[in-house]
Design a protein around this ligand. Structure first.
Ligand SMILES: *Cc1c(COP(=O)(O)O)cnc(C)c1O
Length: 355
């Protein structure tokens, strides 16, 4: 068998949920499991994160899957509904849609559900992606309150820079000021806000990335946050080449040896989810020894520097990210985020679930 494998730890996810809860005070915790639980597998994440108070997904299909798997807790549809026809399913499966656009209110009015829905009413406090303008809050809340299809309202917003120096205040303060008069519960915190800004907790927090053991912050590691990596992508060296000075390796010959050196060819490429834009010097762990990639990542292979790994040869294990090598470090070197790397794990990579 091709030696690549993703080892996914349910214990790490359960641990990370406990870390999230330790920051959440009395707020309820939605475990965000969209995008196949950030690449970790929906049913696996569900078992690992069973202690959450609810689950947040994107699509009706994911939500229906969770119900099929026996979830009785609240399920939040983070992007709302995509047509009036989805309202009936929300009622049938007791799903909580995010209402973020006037069309949603029209649909609810035109096709009232068989039983009234709990809804999250999303306001745009500055991210300018989804949500009603804050300035319209009085009219929007009044309209939603008047809809017979709505049983309860939680106000919601989302932060654009909770992970950066700019922080949340510029969005949170106007949001709380405008929402204050409505006497409704609210929700605002993603992982970064939950970890850094207790004033964002509200009634429900919505951590995602931290549950999978990656840090939302560029300058604070997951380990410093007490998080454990949930996914370890590993493979093996399947060939060793010796380069003479001036010889190059891989497509485009982007890396050229300055002196004679050994190069390991690892069975992992961009078709497995490894970032093709990772350049020479992206960190890898060769049998526990920190090394670096060389040259261009191929579809099914990448090359690593064995100069400092004298004992490495065919069959030597290589960790691409995870235990011993934070996915955040690989993401930073590749000019992307841990979110993208985890979500992009390819379906062809066999998963081994570990405790
Ligand atoms: C994805 C998402 C989250 C989780 O964000 P993380 O940064 O992964 O913690 C929270 N809220 C909303 C609306 C989201 O779309």
């Amino acid at each position: 068998m091709r030696p690549i494998q993703a080892r996914i730890s349910v214990g790490a996810m359960a641990h990370n949920l406990r870390v999230a809860r330790s920051h959440a005070g009395t707020a309820c915790v939605f475990a965000v499991v969209k995008a196949n639980a950030y690449g970790h597998g929906l049913s696996r994440a569900l078992r690992a994160l069973a202690a959450a108070d609810g689950f947040a997904v994107l699509t009706l299909e994911e939500a229906a899957n969770l119900r099929l798997m026996g979830v009785e807790k609240p399920i939040l549809l983070l992007e709302g509904i995509f047509g009036a026809d989805e309202i009936a399913t929300c009622a049938e499966l007791d799903l909580w849609p995010v209402l973020h656009h006037a069309a949603h209110l029209d649909w609810l009015q035109q096709q009232p559900p068989a039983r009234p829905l709990q809804v999250f009413l999303k306001f745009d406090s500055g991210m300018h992606r989804l949500g009603f303008p804050l300035a319209d809050h009085a009219a929007v809340v009044a309209r939603v309150r008047s809809l017979p299809g709505v049983a309860g309202i939680t106000l919601m917003t989302h932060f654009a820079q909770a992970d950066e120096a700019a922080g949340v205040d510029w969005q949170l303060q106007p949001f709380l000021r405008e929402m204050a008069g409505h006497d409704l519960t609210w929700s605002s915190a993603n992982s970064a806000a939950l970890l850094r800004y207790p004033e964002t907790l509200g009634a429900w927090v919505r951590p995602g990335i931290m549950l999978y053991g990656a840090s939302p912050f560029a300058e604070v590691s997951a380990e410093q946050l007490g998080l454990r990596p949930a996914m370890t992508l590993q493979s093996e060296i399947i060939s060793v080449q010796t380069l003479q000075p001036g010889e190059g390796v891989g497509y485009g010959q982007l890396f050229r040896a300055e002196r004679a050196m050994r190069v390991g060819v690892v069975a992992c490429g961009y078709a497995d989810g490894y970032p093709r834009h990772a350049l020479t010097s992206t960190p890898v762990l060769v049998n526990g020894c920190v090394s670096r990639t060389l040259g261009r990542v191929s579809m099914d292979m990448l090359c690593v520097d064995l100069s400092e790994c004298a004992n490495a040869g065919v069959g030597t294990p290589v960790v691409l990210w995870g235990e011993g090598l934070p996915v955040d470090a690989v993401a930073a070197a590749a000019g992307t985020s841990s979110y993208e790397l985890l979500c992009a794990l390819a379906a062809r990579v066999p998963v081994e679930e570990v405790a």
